[in-house]
Ligand binder design. Structure first.
Ligand SMILES: *Cc1c(COP(=O)(O)O)cnc(C)c1O
Length: 388
């Protein structure tokens, strides 16, 4: 069998860490109880395991365990946060502020609310992908009820200034939500210091399993009310009904625990790999780095290449590496990414772009091989273009 391509798409998903998997396994078979069955040992075991994960995840963001609501992932957490606030606070106002470069799991709930009469301000970003706080300042209105701004961008990896944004929101008593799906375990997050009221998390970007995430919901100063978006048995303090998915939750806790323990060394390692990749790729002419050079996730490199067709480039790369193009996020669409066009790129350049998501299990040897193949693919595509 031919070798599988080198996986460099860690913003899309990550493999489950073996340590995480081993922690999860007994909760499928031996300790299979329902965490809500408080009448017997099976239920207690599940409840204790869920509680342990809840504490770990809460501590990771400086929250309390009661403020963690488990969901099926960040998409559901974003929907619960945005629609839940809109429904609970609509009498106070119907204006929401967010960013043009948010994930679709934020943009689409906002667009849905627009159909119900809410007004949404989509703020632009600067050329480096980061918000201009003066734009936020100008966008606030008396009827603004919510600001939703992500921690780390899933395409270009840039980090938004959460603490500054949080301070501006709290001065005005406006709820601040942050989609932190790419950030949990990767950068320090502190809902107190950053004045964050709602934070969406997911496990599968940080070496946990797919299908599990959480929403942090602030309980004090201020207490945030949410209208539930899923009704049923009243789990998660009524905010998200449904039997808790114990194995996934246990794994989520373990994944976050490992990420926190290794954050500093892992970030140093990933930064080294990313710099090495960029140093090699930037030997090409007509290659551009997308997003702020340093205020970004350690494992993220996003480049645009002049003079090559985007789909031809991806096709040429795919036998050696698994990466995403600037158009890949909404899989079936070949339109350029809304994130890259928001940086002011022309549609064509935005399309000929590649996102590298370097992760825990990548090696320097792999990076060298990827760089070499990338360069030779671009060079041969450019030669063909000249010949035509
Ligand atoms: C992956 C991702 C999501 C969606 O998370 P799921 O857990 O897959 O639903 C939302 N926002 C961002 C920024 C992401 O990277």
């Amino acid at each position: 069998m031919s070798q599988r391509p080198i996986y460099l798409d860690c913003h899309s998903t990550t493999p489950v860490d073996e340590r995480v998997l081993n922690t999860m396994l007994p909760y499928f078979t031996e300790h299979f109880g329902n965490a809500s069955s408080i009448g017997h040992m099976y239920g207690w075991e599940a409840e204790a395991a869920v509680k342990k994960a809840r504490v770990t995840i809460a501590e990771a963001i400086n929250a309390t365990p009661e403020e963690i609501v488990f969901t099926s992932g960040a998409t559901e957490a974003n929907n619960l946060a945005i629609k839940g606030v809109a429904e609970a606070y609509f009498a106070q106002g119907q204006h929401i502020i967010t960013l043009e470069t948010e994930h679709n799991a934020v943009i689409d709930p906002c667009n849905y609310l627009k159909t119900l009469g809410f007004e949404i301000t989509f703020l632009p970003v600067q050329k480096d992908g980061i918000i201009n706080l003066k734009d936020l300042e100008k966008a606030f209105r008396d009827d603004t009820i919510l600001v939703s701004i992500m921690a780390a961008n899933n395409e270009i990896g840039v980090l938004q200034p959460l603490a500054e944004i949080g301070a501006m929101c709290h001065e005005r008593n406006i709820i601040f939500h942050s989609d932190s799906a790419q950030a949990i375990g990767k950068i320090p997050l502190d809902v107190q210091a950053m004045n964050i009221d709602l934070m969406s998390l997911t496990a599968h970007k940080v070496y946990g399993a797919k299908g599990i995430g959480a929403l942090y919901v602030r309980r004090r100063n201020p207490r945030v009310n949410l209208a539930s978006q899923q009704h049923g048995g009243g789990h998660e303090r009524g905010m998200r009904s449904g039997t808790l998915y114990t194995p996934q939750i246990v794994g989520f806790g373990k994944a976050v625990e490992i990420a926190l323990q290794t954050q500093a060394t892992e970030n140093a390692y990933l930064t080294q790999l990313r710099q090495s990749l960029w140093e090699q790729l930037s030997q090409l002419t007509g290659i551009h780095l997308n997003g702020h050079p340093t205020q970004r996730l350690a494992g993220n490199l996003n480049v645009s290449v002049e003079g090559v067709d985007g789909s031809a480039l991806l096709l040429g790369l795919q036998s050696v590496m698994a990466v995403s193009s600037g158009a890949a996020c909404s899989s079936i669409s070949t339109a350029p990414s809304h994130v890259l066009t928001a940086l002011g790129h022309s549609e064509k350049l935005a399309y000929a772009s590649v996102r590298f998501g370097i992760g825990r299990f990548n090696t320097a040897t792999e990076i060298n091989k990827v760089a070499e193949h990338f360069i030779s693919t671009v060079e041969s595509l450019r030669k063909q273009a000249v010949m035509i």
